[in-house]
Design a binder for this molecule. Structure first.
Ligand SMILES: Nc1ncnc2c1ncn2[C@@H]1O[C@H](COP(=O)(O)OP(=O)(O)OP(=O)(O)O)[C@@H](O)[C@H]1O
Ligand SMILES: [Mg+2]
Length: 310
């Protein structure tokens, strides 16, 4: 079982207009609603890859029902703690003429101590059946920034492997609790290290430093340039095949799903890196927030190149 946690899910509302005019009424050609949230995406991709998974987190109001319905339609299991208020609606307007996207993101509904305790009890129970716990994304108001660290300790006590995919303070506090694997992208790794990583050698150095400091497997993803992975003294650079890029939203989450499946299966990290790279590339081929199909992942898998770093 791969357990994912998304403390701050959202519904993405995307509208497509020809030309966006500020300060007046714009008519969109079409618009759609998608469930969003990093751990939720990880569960959706894990499910496509054929592994059992349950998505956990907080949901509120009618928008929470939209997230649950989308997961039900895809056959993904979930168990969310219901909280008062309304799950975030993140609005994006895509302008067809320029190709630009303008987004408005909310903070999410506040969570109180009672609901945090309810989630912790749920996780304590399900960790008994878990092989891998994925902690992913931002935190809503009211949730302490050390919550990932708390859950990492709980998981390790139960022998469950952990993946942390976060940013800023939750990542900083989380890495101190020694997750099994972290997967920052370059910008997140730069913020964690407090320095720029302008090229591949700098990314490799940065990944080595993070692996040394926190005793974790470190995967730094670099979009179309693939990913660098450091495990102890060893390292690899995974390069995805060239694909027709539509939208890379969710590529990182798909990569985390591939890594999580490999950890759950007991495969070595290179197999996880290969699967994650294929799943990320397959997701880059799909428009908007859509994730890659299992057929595309399978077709891309043998075309991923893995070079060992010296
Ligand atoms: N344009 C692309 N072509 C091929 N593969 C890609 C492309 N973009 C991303 N990928 C694959 O997906 C992986 C993760 O992508 P990326 O580095 O963009 O993650 P991220 O920034 O964490 O994304 P997310 O928005 O999901 O958090 C990359 O390491 C790569 O293997
Ligand atoms: Mg990411």
């Amino acid at each position: 079982m791969i357990i994912t946690l998304t403390p701050n899910p959202a519904v993405d509302h995307t509208s497509i207009v020809d030309c966006l005019k500020v300060g007046t009424v714009n008519r969109f050609q079409y618009s759609y609603l998608d469930p969003a949230g990093k751990g939720i995406n990880v569960s959706r991709m894990v499910h496509r890859l054929g592994w059992p998974t349950i998505a956990f987190g907080f949901l509120a109001g009618e928008l929470g029902v939209i997230v649950e319905k989308a997961l039900t339609d895809e056959g993904v299991d979930y168990h969310f703690v219901r909280i008062p208020g309304q799950t975030r609606l993140n609005t994006t307007i895509v302008e067809r003429t320029s190709g630009t996207a303008t987004s408005l993101h909310g903070p999410g509904p506040a969570v109180d101590g009672e609901h945090i305790a309810r989630l912790e009890n749920l996780l304590r129970f399900w960790l008994q059946a878990g092989r891998v716990l994925v902690l992913a994304g931002s935190l809503p108001p009211g949730v302490p920034t050390d919550i990932y660290a708390t859950y990492l300790h709980l998981a390790h006590a139960k022998g469950v492997k952990t993946i942390l995919d976060a940013d800023g303070e939750p990542l900083r506090r989380g890495v101190a609790a020694r997750p099994y694997l972290i997967k920052p992208n370059v910008a997140e790794a730069e913020r964690l290290l407090g320095r720029a990583l302008p090229d591949l050698p700098a990314v490799v150095d940065g990944a080595r430093e993070l692996a040394r400091c926190f005793g974790a497997i470190v995967v730094i993803s670099m979009g179309a340039q693939g990913a660098v992975c450091i495990q102890g003294e060893k390292g690899w650079h995974a390069v995805p095949p060239a694909v027709e890029r539509h939208s890379t939203v969710g590529s990182g989450d798909a990569m985390v799903a591939g890594l999580a499946v490999a950890l759950a299966r007991g495969d070595n990290i290179v197999e996880g890196l290969q699967m994650g790279t294929a799943a990320g590339a397959a997701t880059a081929m799909t428009p908007g927030t859509a994730l890659g199909t299992v057929e595309d992942v399978a077709a891309l898998l043998p075309r991923v190149e893995i070079a060992e770093l010296r």
